[in-house]
Design a protein around this ligand. Structure first.
Ligand SMILES: Nc1ncnc2c1ncn2[C@@H]1O[C@H](COP(=O)(O)OP(=O)(O)OP(=O)(O)O)[C@@H](O)[C@H]1O
Ligand SMILES: [Mg+2]
Length: 244
């Protein structure tokens, strides 16, 4: 087993009287793709927000490469090598696709030509190079998801947190996205993949964790997790593509 890259112990987040994440323990090993599933409101995005420093945990510890990053500011965590995408895509609409990615690449590359080259390479990887000079606001929803990933990759992460990058994609786009994730995996980048598209995520995840009402209800190999009675119960009454 490779060493862990990310370790969460008893991570908890309260919003007033609501416990959005409740005592979650989680380990991600280097090079691993962990699928994180759970119905709406389960606490998946809140967990990402705590790992990436957007929310301070109410309780618990988060270690990245053995270093305690609990409560650190987002830019510091990003510098250490954690990048995330947003569930609701947030491109800088007036900047071009290329410029959007350059913004992510600049802190790492220091020079504009260096950032430009790095950004172009990433756009190529993401199949967005033909959109490089268009304003990001004009991209299709599927392209915006890939731009989000490109911006995250531009920061040169060793851990990538992906929030619903397959949501709303056509079957062909989902297939393309899975291939992209495999390319990212081949670069040695570890990933946590939050998905409602369970059919998609089980094809890529090495291991899965399911949350419900902020608590971990199942963990293990993908097929074990999606057939776990607690997981099936949690998804009952939910619409969507989950188990069809
Ligand atoms: N900033 C906030 N302030 C108050 N409550 C919040 C905040 N962010 C999230 N919550 C609440 O915390 C719970 C978990 O929300 P979260 O967004 O983490 O769920 P999720 O699993 O990502 O859901 P979805 O699948 O719909 O994206 C929900 O009840 C949500 O309303
Ligand atoms: Mg969410």
């Amino acid at each position: 087993m490779p060493p862990p890259i990310l370790e969460l112990s008893r991570v908890t987040k309260h919003f007033g009287g609501l416990t959005a994440v409740n005592q979650v323990d989680l380990v991600l090993y280097r090079g691993e793709i962990l699928g994180l599933i759970g119905p709406n409101g389960a606490g998946k995005t809140t967990l990402f927000n705590m790992i990436a420093g957007f929310h301070k945990p109410s309780k618990g510890r988060i270690l990245f490469k053995g270093m305690d990053i609990t409560g650190m500011k987002p830019h510091k965590i990003c510098k250490l090598g954690i990048a995330r995408t947003f569930q609701i895509t947030k491109p800088l609409k007036k900047l071009t696709t290329l410029e959007n990615v350059m913004v992510g690449a600049l802190p790492k590359e220091k020079t504009v030509p260096g950032a430009r080259e790095r950004a172009l390479n990433i756009l190529k990887l993401m199949g967005l190079d033909h959109r490089a000079s268009l304003p990001a606001g004009t991209l299709t929803p599927g392209e915006k998801k890939r731009l989000e990933m490109a911006r995250a990759l531009a920061t040169d992460p060793s851990l990538l947190l992906l929030d619903e990058v397959m949501a709303g994609l056509t079957p062909t786009e989902t297939q393309d996205m899975l291939e992209l994730l495999r390319k990212i995996e081949a670069q040695g980048i570890s990933m946590v993949v939050v998905e409602h598209n369970v059919k998609g995520v089980i094809r890529i995840a090495h291991r899965m964790v399911a949350l419900n009402y902020g608590q971990k209800i199942a963990e293990g190999p993908p097929h074990e997790v999606i057939t776990h009675p607690e997981v099936i119960k949690a998804y009952m009454g939910e619409e969507g593509p989950c188990f069809e």
